[in-house]
Design a protein. Sequence first.
Length: 115
Amino acid sequence: MAKNSLERYTHYYERWATNQSSRQKAIADLQQMQSVHIIECRRVLKWTYAYGYYLPENEHAKRQFFEYLQGEAESGLERLHQCAEKELQTYLQADGPSEGFNDFKTKLAGLTRYI
């Protein structure tokens, strides 16, 4: 009976511990995505303004297209930042499983891919 009790405890504890470490890794991955990827996107966007400065003023179509793409990148980055910084807090502060996390994860992956 003691052996069965120990095996049962070990079974549940190992799964609990595995999920706890997976949770910690997921939090670290999301925090890295926030700090590293968004910062890198901001760096790239920053340098588009230097590129735009040197576009010839007489190439109106090229400049318009560039400014359109730049605007799309800027608004997409703002949406990614909002999602990663603000919406993420809801899930990081939750005590247990959160409904909607899979939708959040899909949205975050889509925005990241878009940017």
